[in-house]
Design a binder for this molecule. Structure first.
Ligand code: FAD
Length: 459
């Protein structure tokens, strides 16, 4: 752990966003005695998990002037991680005795249960009183040693305020990335990005090609099979010569990537197969986007790499006054948000000291060089995957917290494996009951729950 300073500062801090990251950031900042204002452009907490049947008018979300719909959640969505490992460390995401019948007790519950959990979290820690709803941050820029935050409320009234620090928690699943498909400009079919997908009805009797086969692609393609004539997945990880029918439905095929599309409506895959398709669904991910941030060009987003950032959190020349919570992906999100937030709160109060700007920059440069030596593209900069344990435990060490629990890391490893190998059944069939027991026993030992659930006692 970095040496602690003796003086502890209490600062005036702006948090942008009241999703899973912003909520825990607000809690940790207040625990560290900072005064906190959370700006949230929606009227509720929960961010991405606030489902809406509405989608954006432009189905590919390419128009920069479109009306933004924040959430990318579709109606049938269930979590892609087991709930025990998904929650915040000191407020586990588990069924509680006081839950009413509207709650979803499944291990991989629906998106509604995640929102209910975040609402419980906000209530338990009295976070809502810090949030200014329906208030969008439109500009953040340095002002001397401080930060100017300009916001606009729902009546269109702007306000400029000065803060000692700004913590950016605006999420990164709202600005779609669309794959380049050779010939797409003359292809006559419809296109939609998963950001704007809610329910399958519009695909009735259609032939649909879904690009991408990770979490959303795998889910959405199966959702559509119930109504569509045929669904074909184009997957980068499938070898270019093969194609196969997937288990669990009789109209779903897995292909290699698309080679080209044509003005007669045909889609040619790299495996040589040709289909006449009505719609392409792009499940090709999202871009980091900070339209409000003006750092005079210091922070850039290039090929989805936000930088320079020390350990994905602090821009060396602007630290600790500016920080980002939640950029890494392929990791335990809520758990990481909590650790990063504690780190930011302690760095701002002076309880934890960051390295010098030069040292932080050296670390960033070394990290980029390592990524390049592995032949990884820039857009993988914030992908943790196999490196997550080292990263999360490193942050835990900075703040004097215990490393992540073994059961938590084993659950996520096993969870990813099942997601990839049994994408049709992973939410309802598993072979790691012993990890569930370990997790609940751990919660009980720490008095985070009052008793073991009856199902566990029976097993
Ligand atoms: P968000 O939840 O996106 O919150 C950002 C908030 O900032 C929003 O409320 C937004 O309104 C607000 N905001 C944005 N800009 C401004 C502004 N300028 N001014 C004011 N407010 C602003 N993770 C898991 O752990 N398990 C899962 O099962 C899982 N499933 C997922 C499924 C899908 C389809 C997607 C896209 C992601 C999934 N994730 C999952 C990852 C998920 O993004 C994180 O779990 C987490 O909810 C993100 O929280 P966040 O606070 O970073 O962002």
């Amino acid at each position: 752990m970095a040496p602690a300073r003796t003086r502890v500062n209490s600062l005036h801090v702006a948090v942008i966003g009241a999703g899973a990251a912003g909520l825990v950031a607000a809690r940790e900042l207040r625990r560290e005695n900072h005064s906190v204002v959370v700006f949230e452009r929606d009227s509720k907490v929960g961010g991405l998990w606030v489902y809406t049947p509405n989608s954006e008018p432009d189905p590919l979300s390419l128009d920069p002037n479109r009306t933004i719909v924040h959430s990318s959640v579709y109606d049938s969505l269930r979590t892609n991680l087991p709930r025990e490992c998904m929650g915040y460390r000191d407020f586990p995401f588990v069924p509680r005795p006081e839950d009413d019948e509207s709650r979803d007790q499944r291990r991989y519950p629906s998106h509604r249960e995640v929102l209910a959990y975040l609402e419980d979290f906000a209530r338990e820690f009295k976070l809502v009183e810090m949030v200014r709803f329906k208030t969008e941050v439109v500009l953040v820029e340095p002002e001397g040693q401080k930060w100017k935050v300009q916001s606009k409320n729902s009546d269109g009234i702007s306000k400029d305020e000065i803060f000692d620090a700004v913590v950016v928690c605006n999420g990164h699943y709202t600005e779609p990335r669309v794959a380049h498909v050779p010939g797409i400009d003359s292809w006559p079919g419809k296109q939609i990005h998963s950001h704007n997908y809610r329910v399958p009805d519009q695909f009735k009797d259609q032939v649909v090609v879904v690009i991408g086969n990770f979490a959303s692609g795998a889910d959405i393609s199966r959702d559509i099979t119930g109504v569509a004539k045929e669904v074909h997945i184009a997957s980068r990880s499938n070898p270019s010569t093969t194609y196969s029918k997937l288990t669990g439905s009789n109209n779903l095929w897995l292909h290699s990537m698309i080679d080209s599309v044509h003005k007669d409506g045909s889609i040619v895959f790299q495996n040589g197969k040709v289909v006449q398709a009505d719609t392409i669904v792009h499940c090709t991910g999202y871009k980091y986007h900070f339209p409000f941030l003006n750092t005079n060009g210091y922070i850039t987003v290039e090929d989805n790499c936000v930088g320079p950032l020390y350990k994905h959190v602090f821009p060396p020349a602007l630290a600790p006054g500016l920080s980002f919570i939640g950029l890494p992906w392929m990791t335990l999100q809520f758990f990481m948000f909590e650790l990063q937030s504690k780190w930011v709160a302690a760095a701002l109060s002076g309880r934890v000291t960051l390295p010098s700007e030069d040292k932080m920059m050296e670390d960033v440069t070394a990290y980029y060089a390592k990524r390049e030596s592995y032949g990884q593209p820039k857009r993988y900069t914030h992908r943790l995957g196999g490196g997550q344990v080292e990263y999360l435990n490193w942050i835990a060490e900075q703040i004097g917290a215990p490393p992540g629990e073994q059961w938590r890391y084993q659950e996520i490893d096993g969870g990813y494996y099942r997601l990839v190998t049994q994408s049709d059944t992973f939410r309802d069939k598993w072979d790691d009951d012993h990890l569930i027991v370990e997790a609940y026993e751990d919660f009980l030992r720490q008095k985070l729950i009052s008793s073991l659930p009856s199902q566990l006692l029976e097993s």
